[in-house]
Design a binder for this molecule. Sequence first.
Ligand SMILES: Nc1ncnc2c1ncn2[C@@H]1O[C@H](COP(=O)(O)OP(=O)(O)O)[C@@H](O)[C@H]1O
Ligand SMILES: [Mg+2]
Length: 320
Amino acid sequence: MNPSVPSLAGTTLGDYELSHPLGAGAHGYIYEARHRPSGVRVALKTLHARVEDAAGDRALARFFQEARAVQRIRHRNVVRLYEAGEYRLTGESRLAYFAMEVVDGVTLARLAETDGALDHAAACRMAAQAALGLHAAHTAQVIHRDVKPSNIMLDVHGRVVLTDFGLCRLALSPRLTDARMMVGTIRYASAEMLAGVEPDGRMDLFGLGAVLFNLCTGMHLREQHSLPAVVEAVRNDLDRRRVLECAALPPPLRELLARCVARDAADRPATGLELAGALDDVADVLGRRRAGAGALPSILRAGHGLSARSSSRSGRRGTP
Ligand SMILES: Nc1ncnc2c1ncn2[C@@H]1O[C@H](COP(=O)(O)OP(=O)(O)O)[C@@H](O)[C@H]1O
Ligand SMILES: [Mg+2]
C-alpha cells in the first residue's frame, strides 16, 4: 500500500460514512462505507488525482465515461457499480470515488495462496462464471483489461464476481499507470496488450486462461515475469506450449486452456459465452470422475477466509 495515501477511515465524504478498509490496492484503499440517505452498505474506492492540466482533465473525463459503461453492465458475475463522483480537495487535487456492491468473500489470489491447486472441476466452474461476467461486459462494449486473480472474487455463496474494471488506470496519467499496471499484470498480459494494439474481448479471455492455469496447478503460467522474458515467451507462443506440456492437467482441460492462452487472438474462444460453455463441458467430464467437485473451497467452508471486516460488520445490513 502506498504510505503517501492518507487513511480516510472514520471520515465522511459527502453522503458516505467510511468505516474500515476492505482491501488495499496500488492506488488507495477500498473502504466499507454506508450511504447515509439509504443506509446501503457499499465498497467505496477512492482515487487521488492531481488535475492541473488538460491531460488530467481528459483522464478524469475518461474515468467517468468508463464508469458509466460499467454501470450499464447488470450481471451477477460483475460487481455492481452504484455511483461514481468526485470531491474537490484543497488546491488542485480532486478525489474521484466510486461506490459499488460489497463482495463478502476472498479474491482468487488469496484463494490460490491459501488452498494451493484447486479441484479442477470446481476451478472450471468458477472460471465459467467469470467468463459469463466477461461476456456481459464485452456485450456492453467494456473490456476489463486487467483480468488476474486479485481482481476476481469468490463470495461466501460460491458466486464469482469480477471487480476492478480498468477505472483506476484510466483516471491516472498514462505514464504513471503504464508503469504500475505492468508490475502486477504482466503475468496475465496478452500479446496484443504487450504490442499496444487496440484489444477486443479476447484479451480478457487470455487473462482468464492464465488465471485458471494458476488455480488448477498452483503455478504461474509465466514463472519468469520480467518484461523481456514475457516478450520472448509471447514471441515464441510459449504460454501455449507450457499448458500443453503440463502433465498435471487432464487432457480436455489442457486443450481448452491452450486455446485460451494462444498468442493469436483468432485461436482463442471467440466469446466469453463460448468459453463458459466449453468450461462447463470440461467440468462435467472431470466432475464425473471425482465426487464432490464443485464444493466451496476450504477457505470459505471453514469461514476463516474473510478478512477482519466480516466480524466487525456483524449486525449491519443494507446491500440492495
Ligand atoms: N467490491 C468489493 N467488495 C469487497 N472487497 C473488495 C471489493 N473491491 C475490491 N475489494 C478488495 O480490495 C482489493 C483491491 O481492490 P482493487 O479494486 O482490485 O484495487 P486496485 O485497483 O488497487 O487493484 C481487492 O483485492 C479486494 O481484496
Ligand atoms: Mg486490483
